[in-house]
Write a protein that binds this ligand. Structure first.
Ligand code: ADP
Ligand code: MG
Length: 337
């Protein structure tokens, strides 16, 4: 009997089956800071594989890399369809779904306008009105032509261009989640530049606690806390990438109807969902569409919830967000009921 116990104990220690350890690693990909934290015996390899996968997604979808699928589609705009990897095809297809669901406020053909403004780069400027009007004509999600059989995409007109920056991080977070599952990671925090996936629960079994950034304060100051297990949390805000000119803030979420940074009263839109691609695609669009429509649209989508902050410091929550999920911690903000 003792012999058997020793054998079992030896087996347990030798395989490290009951060992617990958290592995964390930071890196840079998809134009942002990546922080991965995972627990489990295979956490290290799960993280390494995930970072490889993130670089692969970056190589395929970056608008800044000449050999990316997105660059190739853009180069051939108005002339020929481009056969692309199924990851990119899937992301562009999803992006168009959100364009339709959000009345064109989300539009992956926004690229010429994003370039014109160049917000967050050395070239950022307020463009001439005439330039904006001319560039606006190139933006139209109906001009993305799909060829399902060949995995090909083409943009209808010359000089049109895709930008999947508003949705790619969501796709990437879901891919990391899937890799973590493959390597038996049951507890992890995936943070792709604030695009968060809280996998499972914390090691002690309690919920992950995720702060919602105060849009008026510096990074790390929260208006409230979300308690979640196995959820994606994505926020689009006006406080990450912007510049100020003549006292006016110009941020990086462009309204495809006007060509200017969105001026809806929403300054922060957080989507809580099972899949991060939904959170990312929706958060950018609802930000633009305004509070009344946003609330209505999100309420109609099963399994997806949202928290919005408006410029007058009001907080709007969809019905699925109860006290067990969200706690307001900053008394300067008011919850609208
Ligand atoms: P972040 O990338 O800062 O986390 P978002 O997910 O909201 O924020 O995406 C913003 C990015 O999406 C912009 O930097 C730009 O590349 C792109 N973008 C800007 N406006 C739109 C829009 N109306 N529709 C689709 N993508 C947009
Ligand atoms: Mg987004």
């Amino acid at each position: 009997m003792i012999g058997i116990i020793i054998v079992i104990l030896f087996f347990v220690f030798a395989t490290g089956k009951f060992e617990k350890h958290e592995v964390a690693k930071s890196s840079y990909a998809l134009g942002t800071l990546i922080n991965l934290r995972a627990s489990g015996n295979k956490a290290q390899v799960a993280i390494d594989k995930s970072l490889e996968r993130l670089n692969e997604i970056d190589d395929r979808m970056s608008a800044f890399k000449e050999s990316s699928d997105v660059s190739k589609i853009n180069l051939n705009a108005g002339s020929k369809e481009e056969k692309i990897n199924s990851d990119t095809y899937f992301v562009v297809k999803k992006a168009i779904e959100y364009s339709k669901a959000l009345e064109g406020t989300f539009d992956p053909t926004i690229s010429p306008l994003v370039k014109l403004w160049s917000i967050g780069t050395k070239e950022e400027k307020v463009p001439e009105k005439s330039q904006i009007e001319k560039t606006l004509k190139l933006v139209n999600y109906n001009d993305v032509i799909f060829d399902e059989k060949n995995n090909s995409i083409m943009l209808k007109h010359n000089n049109q261009a895709l930008d999947v920056g508003g949705i790619a991080k969501g796709f990437a977070a879901d891919e990391v989640r899937d890799i973590f599952h493959q390597y038996d990671v049951k507890s992890a925090l995936i943070d792709l530049g604030g695009n968060i996936f809280a996998l499972g629960s914390k090691e002690d079994g309690s919920s992950w606690k995720i702060g919602i950034q105060n849009p008026f304060k510096s990074r790390g100051e929260f208006i409230g806390i979300l308690s979640v297990k196995d959820k994606s949390i994505v926020t689009s805000g006006n406080y990450e990438r912007y510049f100020i000119k003549d006292g006016k803030r110009f941020h990086h979420i462009i309204d495809p109807k006007t060509g200017y940074p969105s001026e809806s009263k929403i300054i922060s839109a957080t989507i809580i969902s099972d899949n991060s691609i939904d959170g990312d695609g929706l958060s950018t669009g609802v930000y633009i569409i305004g509070i009344d429509k946003s609330m209505k649209i999100i309420e109609t989508i099963e399994g997806i919830d949202a928290i919005f902050i408006t410029e007058d410091k009001k907080i709007y929550k969809t019905l699925g967000i109860d006290e067990s999920i969200f706690t307001l911690t900053d008394s300067e903000f008011f919850e609208e009921l």
